[in-house]
Design a protein around this ligand. Structure first.
Ligand code: ADP
Length: 377
């Protein structure tokens, strides 16, 4: 029995991916409306914040994996000490749970990361901006996602305001240089416990307001940049002893690559692998954590594109516009069954093809039809 803590869309798509292997997935979620709980017969309603409930869940599973990085590290450590098999393990998960730890450890190991500083006082924050030059970027050490917990600080006044807010709320911060990004890339590696690993094609992640809106595969970068990104990701994943899918978000600058983020779970930046790779990230994650042979990560077509379906501003549910989107040739629609809210990730659309521009436009068209933006065109 494979257990997944969390019952969001990642667990839902993991469940979908292992049906053909007759692997039973049990998910731990908040309630029956959770994305994965809607489709998985074995959904346990419970809290991953509570040791007793977490341990009861883990006791029924051979291996426990995760669809988010929010489980308290102390609870993870206790479960591991008590003999539950957690993949990835607590030490590896810490890289995704604690941005400061991630920056510091990767920097110490010689990996390229943005110049950064821990913020324990107002002077740390303002002094860093004065030293490296404004703007700078402040980040919550824990719990940020989709641009939440990331603040672009143009000047000392903005930094002062942020300090007043966050110190009052007691949240821990780090500050880092504002990287002159040319392009954002992601590389996903999947790794078994003994170290066998495979890597997916380099992805360009197109961001809008801190949210990833589109994936372009293969990333339109020179072959040497793709090779460097791949090698960097593979070295990082070995270094942190990741198990399962590890997705690295990288910044490409004019002359280098910098590691921005890591996720130790299936990740939005490689949702394209369901149609665009011979084995999806979801099935490969399950195979890796169950210590089964990994599947081929090669592309299924010369060009792959994914467009995220974000909740429209009017709060309407993309499901009502499904028929129009399904008219778009070769567009595969994934809706996560989540309640519609403006800006919320509700699904994605993937297309594969021979021509990158045509492939991308088709995915965009289907996604726009789902959100209603296609109506006006
Ligand atoms: P999240 O955990 O919310 O995904 P990220 O650290 O990935 O947060 O930041 C979200 C986005 O903010 C990035 O995709 C990038 O566009 C921008 N960003 C983050 N850090 C920096 C930085 N140091 N310099 C420039 N832009 C940044």
């Amino acid at each position: 029995m494979l257990g997944m803590v969390g019952a969001g869309q990642l667990a839902r798509m993991t469940h979908q991916s292992v049906i053909g292997l007759a692997v039973q997935l049990r998910v731990l979620g908040g309630g029956p409306i959770d994305s994965a709980a809607q489709v998985t017969p074995d959904a346990v309603v419970g809290s991953w914040d509570d040791l007793e409930q977490l341990e009861a869940f883990a006791s029924g599973c051979d291996v426990v994996t995760f669809d988010h990085e929010l489980v308290d590290p102390r609870l993870l450590a206790t479960l591991a000490e008590r003999g539950h098999v957690l993949r990835p393990g607590p030490a590896a998960q810490r890289y995704a749970q604690d941005k400061l730890h991630q920056r510091q450890q990767l920097a110490a190991a010689g990996f390229p990361v943005p110049d950064h500083r821990a913020v324990t006082s107002r002077d740390d924050l303002l002094g860093f901006g004065d030293a490296v030059g404004w703007p700078v970027v402040a980040k919550a050490v824990r719990g940020g996602y989709d641009g939440r917990g990331v603040w672009m600080l143009p000047d000392a006044d903005a930094a002062q305001r942020l300090w007043d807010e966050t110190s009052a709320a007691g949240s821990e911060l780090l500050v880092e240089e504002h990287v002159p990004i040319v392009r954002e890339l992601a590389v996903a590696v999947v790794r078994r416990p003994a170290g066998e690993q495979r890597t997916y094609a380099v992805t360009e992640t197109v961001q809008s307001d801190g949210i990833c809106v589109e994936l372009v595969v293969p990333a339109p970068v020179p072959a040497e940049v793709a090779a460097e990104a791949t090698a960097l990701a593979e070295r990082v994943v070995r270094h942190i002893d990741g198990v399962g899918v590890v997705a690295l978000e990288l910044f490409q600058t004019a002359d280098s690559l910098v590691v921005n983020e890591l996720a130790l779970r299936p990740h939005n930046s490689v949702h394209w692998t369901i149609e665009g790779a011979r084995t999806s990230q979801f099935q490969n994650h399950a195979r890796a954590v169950l210590d089964l042979p990994l599947g081929d990560t090669a592309l299924t077509a010369p060009a792959v594109a994914t467009v995220n379906v974000l909740g429209p501003a009017d709060g309407s549910d993309p499901r009502v516009r499904l028929p129009a989107a399904l008219e778009v040739p070769g567009a595969t629609v994934h809706l996560y069954g989540k309640a519609a809210r403006p800006g919320r990730k509700l699904g994605h659309v993937t297309t594969v093809g021979d021509d990158p521009t045509e492939t991308r436009l088709r995915a965009r068209r289907a996604a726009d039809l789902l959100t209603g933006e296609g109506d006006q065109r």
